[in-house]
Design a protein around this ligand. Structure first.
Ligand code: ACM
Ligand code: ZN
Length: 758
């Protein structure tokens, strides 16, 4: 128990003084109606309320005097409180206790746990650690924003008991300050808002192919050369933080219970560093800082001992600035092309008995890990570090789905989950909206309970290739990060998106106070279909309960206007436009969806090769749903095949005449999606004898960084058309990503949508 309490002698005038003695209306927010985020584990309602006004006195237990004072100051001086209190030396009986107690226990022993007890006489905040108290203060700040009395200068805190602790210990945001550079002020702003929503890790991605953002005294060229790239206009773009900036950032974060984990990428994503110090690459350069997006083949040479000296010297300076237990070393997306063609790397493999380049990567990572361990730190890396063998004490951040993380947990490694399916804030709202991220559960469904303890939490990843400025960054991070904050704090059975969404609305003014230019929660509408006997119907689903939808109709004047959605309507060939409204204002941009009603719609399709679960599209109906894929390959209409050809047969049910067949394919070399090498069309009346074999061959492979839709059509030369029941398309993939592409040798993707028969 707390040995003694003493008054700070700090009497707060929480509101403009000149108090008025009139009793407040007993209209206050009930304990269970407080719009807190993340929502506390338990709230027990009491009777009455505690009036927090200018006469409230603060106490705290003696062990925390200076930090406690800082905490109280942060409470009364909060930016999120529109009323700036005066501090006076007037004593009063009303008390607000802050108690640090060794005896305090939470259900999961979290050092971030706290309890708030509000009666109609006083308020007691108890925790075992200063960070527990800090989180109690955040909860009080959120309560204060919602409990201001309507009639007098006071906050009316409902009597209650809050018992709270986080489900996961690691609740993070990854910020890529390399692809685009963001000033230190932006980072400070993010730290403030993270604290408010009880996020406790800022994973700062500091080095990349396109820019190096930290000064290293031993290697000044890392700033003179590596921090700068050319933008699309040919201008120098970049920047870097000073060590003083970074030290201040760490201190600012620590004061808010936020650990900054620096990420220094190796062996890949290191081209900017190699541009300055090409002697640590395999072929000695010359190498330039990358001015494009993607994965690049210049990586550190693993056969050169001086490479390790270089990296270790860098990490020594990194550790001087960042006290985090974990140092993130990247480890993702390291093409092995250079290592395969490097004598030194090949010799290293021979000398060390390494059977392939994946084992060489494991050697690289383990050597760096030993260095970090010798310096009292632990290594964390992306799930690629599992390939070729994982060192015993390394932690894994799983991004290519949850499997890597699951595998790591099953071998008792700590795991941070940030799969692309739920946690990538650079993805559009089309694929990851607020509800999706809110539904995230870092524990894989098929992970045995004994290994759950190794999943220490999750992160949302903000990669900034396509995020050129602060406003854009804000709109991508918020409000989705807040969804993750609650998803990592609470238990899935306690979560309800609708309730969360309502609570969130109360926090937007707070975000505005933080200076955050937050974005939308979702795209307004999702367009789905119902396959009935009478035909295919279109259904417009609003993605938030308080939206209204309008849509265009086909034909003439109708197509230009928007009509209130009144329920499912028959699918017609058209570019359907849909607009959502919130409070009569347009919510987000108009959505356009192309439809083509053709003879194959809703017919049976047999797949001989499986589509990838990553890009399932509309499943077995995808090629015959009449719904067309757009230039956004993640729009849910495209079906992806990875390292596979496509072999599909459509059964029209009975033989019939049609004029032609066409199919759409996607081309985007940057994401390893390539048009087919060859498409073959066959027709049959009985499914056994095939005829009218026709072939389209693509003569060249497009390696450019451009998105396009390629249409392949089979028409009949004489216009007399075709006749048959079964239509078969075999689509040959180009196979591996070809030479000349940074990902040469990897499996490529084939993306297909609608097979149009008409
Ligand atoms: C990653 O997104 N390459 C970790
Ligand atoms: Zn090499």
């Amino acid at each position: 128990m707390v040995k003694s309490l003493f008054s700070l002698g700090l009497i707060l005038c929480l509101v403009s003084c000149g108090s008025n003695s009139k009793q407040p209306d007993v209209v206050f927010v009930a304990a269970d109606s407080l719009n807190l985020i993340p929502y506390p584990q338990a709230i027990e309602k009491g009777e009455g309320y505690f009036k927090m006004n200018e006469e409230v006195n603060f106490f705290f237990s003696d062990e925390i005097s200076s930090e406690g004072l800082d905490l109280i100051n942060s409470f009364i001086d909060s930016k999120t409180n529109s009323i700036k209190p005066n501090i006076e030396s007037k004593s009063n009986a009303n008390t607000c206790h802050l108690i640090l107690s060794n005896d305090f226990e939470s259900l999961n022993n979290s050092p971030e746990a706290y309890e708030i007890n509000v009666t109609n006489k006083d308020l007691t905040l108890t925790a075992k650690t200063i960070n527990g108290l800090r989180y109690g203060i955040q909860t009080l700040k959120q309560m204060r924003a919602q409990t201001k009395s309507a009639t007098e200068s006071a906050y009316l805190l409902p009597a209650m008991k809050i018992t709270d602790f986080p489900r996961f210990q690691h609740r993070g945001l990854l910020l890529d300050v390399c692809r685009h550079y963001f000033d230190i002020e932006v980072l400070l702003k993010y730290l403030e808002s993270m604290e408010y929503f009880k996020m406790n890790v800022l994973h700062l991605h500091l080095t990349e192919d396109q820019g190096w953002r930290m000064p290293i005294d031993a290697y000044p060229l890392l700033n003179q050369i590596s921090s700068w790239r050319l933008d699309t206009n040919g201008n120098q773009y970049g920047g870097f933080y000073s060590k003083d900036d970074l030290k201040y950032l760490v201190e600012f974060a620590t004061d808010r219970n936020i650990t900054i984990i620096p990420e220094i990428e190796l062996p890949g994503h290191s081209q900017a560093a190699l541009a300055a110090y090409p002697q640590f690459s395999c072929n000695g350069g010359p190498i330039e800082v990358v001015n494009d997006w993607g994965v690049f083949k210049e990586i550190y040479c693993a056969g050169n001992d001086s490479t390790f000296v270089f990296i270790e010297n860098i990490l020594t300076e990194v550790m001087e600035i960042f006290p985090s237990e974990y140092i993130h070393i990247g480890g993702d997306e390291a093409p092995k092309f250079r290592w395969e063609h490097c004598d030194k790397c090949q010799k290293r493999m021979l000398d060390e008995g390494l059977k392939d380049e994946h084992e060489l990567q494991a050697y690289f990572i383990q050597r760096i890990e030993s260095f970090l361990n010798e310096n009292g730190r632990k290594l964390i890396g992306w799930d690629e570090i599992l390939e070729g063998g994982l060192s015993p004490t390394a932690a894994v951040q799983s991004w290519r789905g949850m499997d890597g993380g699951k595998q790591a947990a099953e071998t008792k490694h700590e795991v941070v989950m940030s799969p692309t399916s739920h946690c990538y804030l650079d993805y559009s709202l089309n694929s990851i909206d607020l509800e999706k991220i809110y539904s995230f559960d870092p524990i894989p469904v098929d992970l045995a309970e004994e290994y759950h303890q190794y999943i220490i939490g999750g992160e949302c990843n903000m990669w900034t290739e396509h995020v050129p400025n602060e406003a854009n960054l804000d709109s991508k991070v918020f409000p989705r990060m807040i969804g993750l904050a609650e998803a990592l704090w609470s238990y899935p059975e306690e979560r309800n998106f609708e309730d969360f969404y309502k609570r969130l609305q109360y926090h937007y003014p707070v975000l505005t106070d933080f200076g955050i230019d937050y974005g939308l929660e979702t795209i307004g509408a999702t367009i789905t279909q119902e396959f009935r006997d009478s035909g295919v119907f279109i259904i417009l689903n609003k993605n938030l309960s308080d939206l209204e939808l309008k849509h265009s109709k086909r034909g003439g004047r109708h197509a230009e206007m928007l009509w209130e959605y009144e329920g499912p309507f028959p699918m017609l060939t058209q570019d359907l436009r849909v607009q959502a409204y919130k409070n009569d204002e347009p919510y987000g941009e108009e959505i356009t969806q192309g439809f083509n009603v053709h003879q194959g719609v809703n017919k049976k399709v047999t797949y001989t090769t499986p589509w990838s679960d990553w890009y399932a599209g509309n499943g077995e109906k995808n090629l015959v749903d009449g719904k067309l894929g757009s230039i956004d390959f993640r729009d849910g209409n495209w079906q992806g095949f990875w390292g596979e050809d496509i072999d599909v047969t459509i059964d029209l049910g009975e033989s019939q005449h049609f004029l032609g067949v066409s199919a759409n394919f996607y081309q985007y070399a940057n994401s390893w999606i390539f048009s087919p090498k060859r498409v073959t069309f066959q027709i049959s009346t009985n499914g056994e004898e095939w005829k009218d074999k026709s072939v389209r061959t693509f003569n060249s492979i497009d390696l450019s960084n451009k998105k396009s839709i390629q249409k392949v059509s089979f028409g009949s030369d004489l216009m007399q058309g075709f006749y048959g029941r079964y239509i078969r398309l075999t689509v040959e993939s180009i196979g591996k990503v070809p030479d000349g592409h940074e990902a040469a040798g990897q499996d490529s993707w084939l993306f297909i949508d609608e097979i149009i028969i008409q």
